[in-house]
Design a protein around this ligand. Structure first.
Ligand SMILES: Cc1cc2nc3c(=O)[nH]c(=O)nc-3n(C[C@H](O)[C@H](O)[C@H](O)COP(=O)(O)OP(=O)(O)OC[C@H]3O[C@@H](n4cnc5c(N)ncnc54)[C@H](O)[C@@H]3O)c2cc1C
Length: 372
């Protein structure tokens, strides 16, 4: 078995897979080491919204341009990956409707100047979405907040990376990363590995590897529960969004309804209470959702940081060790920009200074000693 990589990526979720894609495309020799199956972590639990605008309030000035860049990169990546692999990420273009229930709600004011954002009055929105709750007073249409099917998008990045020369090693858990004679040695469940550079992209499970590098435990889980129903009631081409909850139509006529936010809960089974909350929020948007056949439910863990921004960059002291984790509720959206940013950092290409600063990997440092 080959045991040496130029770049070893630890974690095969959407983030690790997108990094592998951009690096392989740029000609780097890449190995992806994944503890289970590719896409089996938080990625498979996501709804798939590329919500650069719907998350605008959360993103603020520093994260919004990065999110928007990622949204635009999807368009190109999706087309390139489809032509290379034949995989269709199911990128649906109806956009997203952020519903407003109170007359005079100020929801629109910070968004008004943004490209692709328009206000729809009550009559227009009720006509656009048959079956929508009569209590809405209007909606903000975010035309470019389209969505993909996350597991397929991840498969697309990963398959394209492989076709461009990346190697994947599934069921290979990395337990330790040690720097030795200018190179990294990785102790894995399948023996030792060496690499010139390592990227930790292990989502909510990254702490175990980051702690030894002196970065502390910056990531914690926020559990999210979702329900899937078959849409037998109303044509729906866009996502509906209100109060951090949503209904997202998939290509197979299913609706993904989500999601709760439970901090520091590592369990991945949905609870009846959680699903009830999700249903109540959905009913407020689309009352007929009650009549739709139930298909399944699930729970996943969002990799959250205390300031709500991901960690993306090189370790300040351990040159050649990169981190790309903590993408909280927007990892699907931010995958292409993260993949390209890590690729540009490794290739010494230009990366905007404000992104390097905003996502600096030691900004949440809790002061532990560097052990690697
Ligand atoms: C209910 C829910 C809804 C969401 N909806 C959206 C949405 O609409 N839009 C959006 O943009 N985002 C959404 N998200 C967030 C998104 O799912 C995550 O931000 C994203 O999946 C994180 O990707 P990742 O690759 O960092 O992590 P993961 O997908 O968890 O991948 C990490 C991988 O690392 C592997 N791993 C861990 N430790 C090791 C190790 N030691 N060695 C080797 N491999 C290891 C794991 O097995 C896993 O496969 C949602 C999340 C949830 C839970």
């Amino acid at each position: 078995m080959k045991r040496f990589s130029e770049v070893a990526i630890v974690g095969g979720g959407i983030i690790g897979s997108a990094i592998a894609y951009y690096l392989a495309k740029a000609g780097h020799q890449v190995d992806l080491l994944e503890a289970g199956q590719v896409g089996s972590g938080s990625t498979q639990a996501a709804a798939g919204m590329l919500g650069a605008h719907s998350e605008y309030k959360e993103f603020g000035a520093s994260l919004y341009p990065f999110a928007r860049t990622s949204q635009r990169l999807y368009e190109q990546a999706e087309a390139d990956i489809r032509s290379l692999t034949g995989i269709d990420m199911e990128r649906r273009t109806g956009g997203l409707l952020q519903l407003v229930y109170t007359e005079g709600d100020t929801i629109m004011s910070p968004l008004a100047s943004l490209e692709g954002v328009t206000w729809l009055d009550r009559a227009t929105v009720l006509k656009k979405v048959p079956g929508l709750s009569e209590s809405v007073s209007g909606a903000v249409h975010m035309a470019e907040d389209v969505h993909v099917t996350p597991a397929i998008a991840c498969k697309g990045f990963h398959t394209a990376a492989r076709m461009l020369g990346a190697q994947t090693n599934t069921y290979t858990r990395v337990d330790e990363i040690v720097k030795e004679s200018g190179r990294y040695r990785l102790r894995t469940s399948k023996g030792e590995w060496q690499a010139d550079r390592v990227v930790v992209a292990s989502g909510v499970w990254s702490n175990a590897l980051l702690q030894r590098s002196g970065l502390g435990m910056p990531i914690f889980p926020v559990k999210g529960e979702c329900i899937v129903v078959t849409n037998t009631q109303t044509p729906l081409t866009c996502s509906l969004f209100h109060d951090q909850h949503y209904i997202v139509p998939r290509n197979n006529n299913e609706l993904v309804i989500g999601a709760t936010k439970v901090k520091n809960d590592w369990s991945t089974e949905p609870t009846l209470g959680g699903l009830q909350t999700v249903m109540e929020k959905a009913r407020k948007m689309l009352p007929n959702v009650d009549k739709m056949p139930f298909r399944r439910s699930w729970a996943g863990l969002r990799p959250q940081t205390s300031d709500g921004k991901p960690l993306i960059g090189e370790h300040p002291e351990m040159k050649g060790l990169y981190i790309a984790a903590g993408h909280q509720r927007n990892g699907i959206l931010l995958a292409p920009a993260t993949g390209k940013m890590i690729c540009d950092l490794i290739g010494n290409n230009v990366v905007p200074e404000e992104w390097k600063e905003a996502f600096r990997v030691d900004r949440l440092n809790t002061g532990e000693e560097v052990l690697m």
